[in-house]
Structure formats: structure tokens, C-alpha cells
Design a protein around this ligand. Sequence first.
Ligand SMILES: [Zn+2]
Length: 188
Amino acid sequence: MLPGDRIAAAEEILPGYGTVEIDGEIKGTLLGTFTVDKEKSSAEISPLTSTPLVVTEGMTVIAEVRHVMDKMVLVNILCVVGVDRTIVGGGDGAIHISDISNEYVVNAKDKFRIGDIIRAKITEPEPSLRMTTKGKNLGSLRSYCIECRHPLEKTKGKEGIVLECPRCGHVEDRKIAADYGEGGFNRE
Ligand SMILES: [Zn+2]
């Protein structure tokens, strides 16, 4: 079970330890084994190890975009790449617009949207967790169509690589990682 993987629809089961409800779906937030707590009717993830982990500068993480403002992207860390442990303090972090890309970004909403699963690097663990997606292997790994929520696919547009919805044809722009869409969540 990978963080961000869909477990079930929210009508089927309650979110429990290691899972969250997002837009009517139960998703895992930890690397581990999926179990059902029959007494509580809840979906639970048993982490591979349970020693809490403190996030430090330079760590590569997988995170989910929770909120996008004009100049700032707020994310929740799902896991640290290469480390199967729970993160201390819930792992909420921010990416400033100047840390999104080496190219100039006019508005953060042009590069990230709610629900994107991204790979980012920690630049500042304290006082508030900050990270960057500058670099070839950093950026979105999975993005969803803003019209119909279907996962977007990488395709060649007139001005380079863009993301296109195979269901409704909507074309969108993101700061993507080089291996977008390849499912390589646990890679640097
Ligand atoms: Zn669509």
C-alpha cells in the first residue's frame, strides 16, 4: 500500500489510523499493510515500522497538495522517500512560488492544483516546514483533471510537455517530475 493510494469509497468504510477521506474516497497516508478494523468498520494502515521520524533538510518526500494560493502551495507529506516511518507532527509544509520551478512562475495555480501527488525536497524543517520542487525529478507525479478529476496523462503540446485528460480532453500545465505517470513514488 502506497501513500495516496485509493482504498475504498467513503460510503463503504470509515477512515481509521493511517487513512484519510478526500473527496469521498478513503486514501492511505502511510506505507504499510491495509487492514479493516471490523469493530469500528474502519480502514487502517499498519505502518511497516512505527518509530516516528523527524523531517530534516535535504530529505526527499512525497506529498499531497491540499491548498493552492497565488504565491504559496500548502502540502501534506505522505512519506519520506526511502523511509517507511510515520512523520512527526503530521507533516504539513509549504512551497513558496519562487521555489516551484527554475522558470519564472506567474501564479502558483498555474503549476500545482489540489490533489496533486508531488515529489519535493525539504529546504527548511523549522520553524515551518518549507520545501522546493526545483529540479528535474521534483514536481507532480500524479495530477487530476480540474474538470472531471480523472488522472492526467503526459503528452506533447505545442510548447512542450503538457498534461491532458484522456476522458474529457482538458489540457493543463503543471511542474512535473521527469517520471510523471510512471508510478515511481519511492524514488529520489
Ligand atoms: Zn477531464
